[in-house]
Design a protein around this ligand. Structure first.
Ligand code: UGA
Length: 441
């Protein structure tokens, strides 16, 4: 990805990005890749040292190469010292975590701590940009935290992130839109300059609207999936086929074909956290967001329905059975297991007394810390399938489609597959002689 394919820049900026988690590292690296000089800050010294050596803490296609390339080119700098980078910075991006507090609210302590540090170190005009997902009204609070220590000029911008894990680099270069929430033209000019090399509509809004667009987008997408999962439930009970139904409704431009894939429900670091937080934001204003409660409930029920089907298969109970589980990540192309339906399912199977043999292309290392000791981690899908009573597909890795399913049929104790991601073709699986069950078809 080079600059030649994009509009020429009038001016490259010096940008500091605070937080090298998912959002911060991808954003910082890609901003450097388009030509800006970016300093990525993290308090974790080990992580920063590893990044300098090109060791990436997450699995994200294309990212490692971009980090190495831009680090060597001198446009991407890694440091633990925010204060040292501030004298030069024309923009400072806050991209630290906003985990769920116990009541579902976004915990903003890291965001505010960074805002205070920025206030202490800033000595000239800069735009302070929040990329972390924060509730409506946070912008104003961030400004207050900065002003506690700094009385000079600065502007605030909200620039929510819409990257998906697993395709984050591509999403950065081809976004559906870039949302820029600002209070004045000076700030929007800086923001438009920063994002000038990126194609895609730039939507300039108020800070508050930008903050809301982020939550509303994630909540809507989660709602879309929960909706199709409920339709899938009805399909199962009526004989309709969810693939045909999704295709049929997705052709309506007003609905669109994406995020209509039925399965065991959504997970990850964003949808669960953001849907809950939006419910809280609404509640704080005295408004009850009724729809979202259903969206969450449907999502957790999808896992329960799936496990119930597996349990129903064994007349004599699941205890003592060997179950092969393909997939641990919350979706394909990532090693992220946060709020992964797959992890939850493995835990429930172990609790029910099954011997569980798992395999994932990237997420096994992360899963080892989460799963009970007795779970057996396998080197490949075939080792996982060998001598199992039943096989479950629970992450939508495309590679699972390409497996030698004839071989799997031969090494399974019984040729029984439960596909929680509707990844495999029912007619093909039945032709091969499997007893095959999926979601809503
Ligand atoms: C999501 C949003 O898609 C991004 O736009 C947003 O920037 C990000 O959250 C965030 O807030 O940081 P991500 O969590 O990476 O991105 O993953 P998605 O691709 O949205 O998938 C979320 C979950 O929904 C996964 O568990 C996936 O398996 C599931 N899913 C997705 C379905 O079950 N069906 C579908 O049709 C699509």
């Amino acid at each position: 990805m080079t600059q030649s394919s994009t509009e020429p820049l009038t001016e490259f900026k010096k940008i500091t990005v605070v937080g090298t988690g998912y959002v911060g590292l991808v954003t910082g690296t890609c901003l450097a890749d388009v030509g800006h000089t970016v300093t990525c800050i993290d308090i974790d010294e080990d992580k920063i040292e590893r990044l300098k050596k090109g060791i990436i803490p997450i699995y994200e296609p294309g990212l490692e190469q971009l980090v190495k390339h831009n680090y060597q080119a001198g446009r991407l700098i890694f440091s633990t010292k925010l204060v040292d980078s501030l004298p030069e910075a024309e923009a400072v991006v806050i991209a630290v975590g906003t985990p769920s507090a116990d009541d579902g609210r976004a915990d903003l302590k890291y965001v505010y701590a960074v805002a205070e540090e920025i206030g202490k170190g800033l000595d000239h005009y800069a735009v302070v940009i929040t990329k972390s997902t924060v509730p409506v009204g946070t912008g104003e609070e961030v400004e207050k935290h900065i002003k506690k220590h700094y009385s000079g000029e600065f502007d605030y911008a909200s620039c929510p992130e819409f990257l998906r894990e697993g395709s984050a680099v591509d999403d950065f270069y081809a976004p559906d839109r870039i949302v820029i929430g600002v209070r004045n033209d000076r700030a929007s000019d800086v923001m438009l300059d920063i994002f000038k090399p990126i194609k895609g509509e730039k939507v300039v809004t108020t800070v508050e609207s930008a903050e809301m667009i982020k939550y509303a987008s994630n909540a809507f997408l989660a709602t879309k999936i929960s909706f199709i999962n409920e339709i899938a439930q009805i399909c199962e009970r009526t004989g309709a086929n969810i693939d045909e139904v999704s295709y049929g409704i997705g052709l309506d431009n007003r609905i669109g074909p994406k995020f209509l894939k039925a399965g065991i429900g959504w997970g990850g670091s964003c949808f669960p956290k953001d849907v809950k937080a939006l419910g809280q934001i609404a509640g704080d204003t005295g408004y009850e967001f009724q729809l979202l409660k259903g969206v969450l409930e449907v999502n957790s029920n999808q896992r329960v329905h799936f496990i119930d089907k597996v349990k129903a298969h064994f007349n004599t109970g699941i205890k003592g059975k060997t179950i092969s589980v393909l997939g641990l990540a919350f979706k394909n192309n990532t090693d992220d297991i946060r709020e992964s339906a797959a992890i939850d399912i493995v835990q429930q199977l172990v609790e029910a007394g099954a011997t569980v043999k798992v395999f994932d292309y990237q997420a096994a290392d992360n899963a080892r810390n989460e799963l009970p000791e007795e779970v057996i981690f396998c080197e490949d899908p075939y080792e996982s399938a060998k001598d199992a009573d039943v096989l479950l597909v629970v992450t939508e890795w495309k590679e699972f489609k390409e497996l030698d399913w004839t071989k799997i049929k031969d090494i399974l104790k019984e040729p029984v597959v439960f596909d929680g991601r509707n990844l495999l073709k029912p007619s093909k699986m039945e032709e091969l002689g499997f007893t095959y069950s999926s979601i809503g078809r």
